[in-house]
Write a protein of this length. Sequence first.
Lengths: 318, 101
Amino acid sequence: MTPAPDDGRLRLTILGGYLGSGKTTWLRHQLFEGAFGKAHILVNEAAETPVDDTLLSSQAAGLTMLSGGCACCTGKDDLVAALRNLCDLRSRQRPEERDAGQIVLETSGLADPAAILDTIRQDSVLVHHIRVAEIIVLVDAMNAAEQLRTEYLGRAQIEAADRIILTKVDAVPDTVLATVVATVRHLNPGASVEAAVKGQPFSLPDLPVVPPYDLPRLADGGAPIQPTKIDIPDDVEWATFSVWLSALLYARGDDLVRVKGVFETPAGPLLLQAVRKSVQPPELLPPEAAHRQNQIVFIGRGYKGDDLRRSLAYFTHG
Amino acid sequence: MCNACGFPTRPGHWTDAGADNAGDRLRLQLRRAQVLNKLLKGYGFTARPPGHAPGFALSSFSGRTTILPDLEAVWQEAARQLGHPIDPLDPRFTAQADPAT
């Protein structure tokens, strides 16, 4: 992901993934390696029997357990209170004592990271103090096939990710791994895909080209999602595009799982990112990034890709 | 928050990015109002910059005018009055133009 300028807000990394995908193992190793610096760790358990804290507390700057239910639904208030508390502590520090503040939230296996992102965006305090740096989602390569076939949640987690890490890759044959990679890329073509074994990075071998799993339609998930890449013509201005996209997200936000891309504006190239209806505050990229400009990927369901192009053309020329 | 006009109540809406000086912001606001009207006119609404603040004044055909802080609030208010959101993928917007242009 593009490194963002330090705007004084606390950076929050959301670590998600289905039950048993290896979130704690991975995080523990990353903390040991110092990947998140002196981060404060928040751990959410859907069940009320916390165990992860003992595993993690030795390496973290601080650790808070949220064990009163899943942070994307019943435990939402606890999450907001814990995050506000961290913001409060940081505001009391003298500027010279403040380090580059970081929080890592390990969600419960039942959480939808997009819902958590939404909670933070909608809280009038947190929105000023916390910037969601990255959504990392772990996918268990051994059980992915079954989970993705039957669980809408497993798909939603992958759809919301910026970075996907396949775990337990040493336990599956290459053919299975290739299919899992293809499926994950199909669900979220915008995210980077990596692999890890017991928390340690593992470089993916050369995999045969195989089709993704044929995922059935689920009652609560609707039609399978499809990516549409739109090269924005030069005559589409930011004013037009932003009006059009805001209307589109308002009307179709539940179907548009992800929108991502770079758009050239009067102020410079802007990195746009939306997960469902919530749009992250766009980041201004350095001018070098302009070679990727004006190309936006829409990932969603329930519309035809060409209709997006036609509708945008209508508002540009019509 | 500005205690004269009440704006903004939270850090800018994402559509406020892309203009980093007052001139660009004003140009963007005026240009947006034009585009907005293209979307709204078939539904009996008009929008204009409210003059003293960011955002838009949304008027319905009955003359009722609401001052709204950002584009999202415009879509929300329009959906509330219409009973359904204004969809840019409605056939009326996708039927005519050629995607190649």
